[in-house]
Design a protein. Structure first.
Length: 290
């Protein structure tokens, strides 16, 4: 099928894009990498009257140091995130997760902002940003606000973004010393969306006990799920088999997976348990534990 008719604008400056979004409000849609939006248009599942193409706004594509952490412009392509040496050094879990997104040509067009704004419950990056406690900058003409990643995803394909707002930046705070991270997932074929994905960050104290844990899952609920009870189970514990089993069981209990042709809810819950255990074990190992 062909997309419905729409007006098209390709501003070169952020101000211009925000003015267009302000003027057209709910009738406008932002076009970034197009890897999700173009199919939606072609299937006529989206009917914008105005498409604001942000691809020419070079100021929205960057990776830079900020407040001890890192700031990533929303238009940064997923393959740039994947290849960035700075990100690999500071937040290697992000590099690791990007490799699971579709295939290389998709990551060459797809943007980090597009992936977060699209908010597919099975997407890797939303879960990783929740685990990293990233903050998202949402801009509109004459104002900006920041939203924690945990509060940004409100339902399947639904976010806190309001009409007239553009996601402009993602800020990832510095990780504490002795933190290891791991992203693991299970998909039916390489490049497919995850049946379940788990992002785990574990910080160990000098004695090898867990002093901080952040765990988020994708594919097993309407939004990324932060598994706080699982995190609590790890605090003060050495990463033993029993501690990992308890945390994994708690993470699985926090999920509300769908049943579909790819797998039943029960199957996905079992996967969540297994892969949470695996992600925590690997994160703890990378943090310097055994
Ligand atoms: C075959 C295939 C396999 C894929 N596999 C995966 C996968 O395994 N994992 C995965 O996570 N994704 C996967 N994707 C999706 C891909 O990651 C997309 O790149 C991503 O979902 C959207 O990013 P985009 O830049 O292409 O955004 P677009 O398609 O341009 O936009 C997506 C949505 O976000 C909005 N939007 C985009 N940027 C902004 C912004 N800055 N501010 C506000 N709103 C914005 C748009 O208006 C639109 O509603 C796959 C896609 C394909 C085609």
């Amino acid at each position: 099928m062909k997309p419905p008719r729409f007006e098209y604008a390709a501003p070169r400056a952020l101000d211009e894009a925000l003015a267009l979004l302000g003027e057209h409000g709910e009738r406008a849609k932002v076009l970034a990498g197009g890897q999700s939006l173009i199919p939606l248009l072609n299937f006529r599942l989206a009917h914008p009257e105005m498409l604001v193409d942000i691809n020419r706004i070079a100021d929205l594509a960057y990776v830079r140091a900020a407040d001890g952490g890192v700031a990533i412009g929303a238009l940064t392509r997923q393959h740039v995130v994947e290849r960035s040496e700075a990100l690999r050094a500071q937040v290697p879990i992000l590099t690791e997760a990007c490799r699971f997104i579709g295939h290389a040509p998709i990551r060459h067009r797809g943007t980090i902002g597009g992936s977060l704004a699209h908010a597919d419950p099975a997407s890797e990056l939303p879960a990783v940003m929740v685990a990293l406690e990233a903050t998202l900058t949402l801009s509109r003409a004459r104002s900006t606000r920041t939203v924690p990643a945990d509060g940004f995803f409100v339902g399947p394909l639904a976010t806190a973004l309001e009409p007239r707002e553009l996601l402009t930046e993602i800020r990832v705070p510095a990780l504490p010393r002795r933190t290891g991270g791991a992203f693991v997932e299970m998909a039916r074929r390489a490049g497919d969306f995850a049946l379940v994905g788990v992002a785990a960050l574990v910080t160990l104290d000098g004695g090898g006990r867990c002093e901080r844990a952040r765990i988020a899952l994708c594919g097993v609920g309407p939004t990324p799920i932060r598994a706080r009870a699982a995190e609590d189970a790890l605090i003060g514990q050495a990463p033993s088999v029993s501690a990992l089993d308890e945390a994994a069981a708690r993470a699985a209990a926090a999920t509300s997976p769908p049943s579909d042709v790819h797998g039943s809810a029960e199957f996905r819950r079992k996967l969540a348990r297994h892969f949470t255990r695996e992600a925590i074990a690997e994160a703890a190992r990378r943090a310097g534990g055994s």
